[in-house]
Design a protein around this ligand. Structure first.
Ligand SMILES: Nc1ncnc2c1ncn2[C@@H]1O[C@H](COP(=O)(O)OP(=O)(O)OP(=O)(O)O)[C@@H](O)[C@H]1O
Length: 306
């Protein structure tokens, strides 16, 4: 059973011309790779709307096309069919307008630059004056709890700290959208939970929409307004599960008003939630969606239950 998507394409925009564009709209997208072994249908018939301010996770077994979808949104590759818009613009225009920040599994910091200089890089590239840059970098490092590490170099930091620098850098241009592909995949469990709590707070504070790829069901549940469950060969959306946690109604279902309400309840998510009955119920709901709606005892290949 697939959760219904609210149509938000040209028809919806025409009905309400002043309505702000969704953060991401993916319409009937296919992606086929030609390989020596033949055609690989990485994505087929993908339809997804991410509202402004909404937090959406993509989860599914290895090879179901999560990273491919993320790369299409980030303009790192092009769909074979269908269309993608980011705040109503083509992905290329959105990239040129710095509509989104990217944080992927490897922090990707420049080793010869200090923490502050790494975070400042996007601002420098776009000609922000030095005083304004320093103020912004200070604010961002505060936000990710690294104010005391501004003058250190990446190799002097732990993996979790490096990831926080990368997140600060992705926020430098105050993007309305963050694209995060397994940003916490390489971290130990305690650091990972801390980073999840930080990200919940930061996304609520900045109001940025987030598209987040993960292999961890609890991580997806803790962070998200909705969890998009994908299946492989060809990569499809199997189900979209709205998160209802800690008594919140939840489930923005692609609308901006819903996303705002969800962001408010998301901001209140604390570690206690991880032991709440509603959390376990949502973990079970996502696990069952991964397995096609049947109750299961074991995880899908490539998906962690931790
Ligand atoms: N550049 C490419 N050329 C050929 N095939 C590709 C390419 N990129 C991805 N694929 C194939 O597309 C499918 C989807 O890959 P993708 O990396 O998007 O999956 P994923 O869900 O992110 O997997 P994982 O969870 O293992 O990271 C896979 O079968 C993969 O082998």
């Amino acid at each position: 059973m697939s959760a219904p998507e609210i149509p938000a394409g040209p028809a919806a925009s025409a009905a309400s011309p002043t309505a702000p564009a969704s953060a991401v709209e993916v319409r009937a997208v296919d992606k086929v790779f030609e390989t020596r072994g033949g055609l690989v249908h990485a994505l087929e018939g993908i339809d997804l709307t991410v509202a402004a301010g909404e937090f959406v996770s993509l989860i599914g077994p290895s090879g179901c096309g999560k990273s491919t979808l993320m790369r299409l949104i980030a303009d790192l590759d092009e769909p074979s069919a269908g269309a993608i818009t980011v705040f109503g613009k083509t992905p290329t225009q959105a990239r040129l307008d710095q509509e989104y920040g990217i944080a992927f599994q490897q922090a990707g910091l420049l080793p010869w630059r200090t923490v502050a200089a790494n975070v400042a890089l996007p601002l420098e590239l776009h000609g922000v004056a030095s005083a304004a840059r320093a103020a912004k970098v200070g604010e961002l490092l505060d936000m990710v709890g690294l104010a005391d590490f501004a003058d250190r170099y990446p190799d002097q930091l732990s993996g979790g700290m490096q990831q926080r620098v990368a997140i600060a850098r992705s926020l430098a241009e105050q993007p309305r959208l963050l694209l995060m592909d397994e940003p916490f995949g390489a971290l130990d469990e305690m650091t990972r939970e801390k980073m999840q709590s930080d990200l919940v707070r930061i996304s609520a504070e900045t109001g940025a929409a987030v598209v987040f790829v993960t292999h961890s069901i609890p991580e997806a549940v803790f962070l998200s307004d909705r969890v998009v469950v994908m299946s492989p060969r060809p990569g499809r959306i199997r189900e979209i599960v709205p998160m209802r946690l800690g008594g919140a109604v939840g489930g923005a279902v692609g609308s901006e008003a819903g996303a705002r309400a969800d962001a408010a309840t998301r901001a209140e998510r604390t570690d206690d939630l991880r032991e709440d009955r509603s959390f376990f119920d949502m973990v079970t709901a996502v696990r069952e969606a991964l397995h096609g709606g049947t109750p299961v005892a074991t995880g899908a290949r490539g998906v962690e239950n931790r």
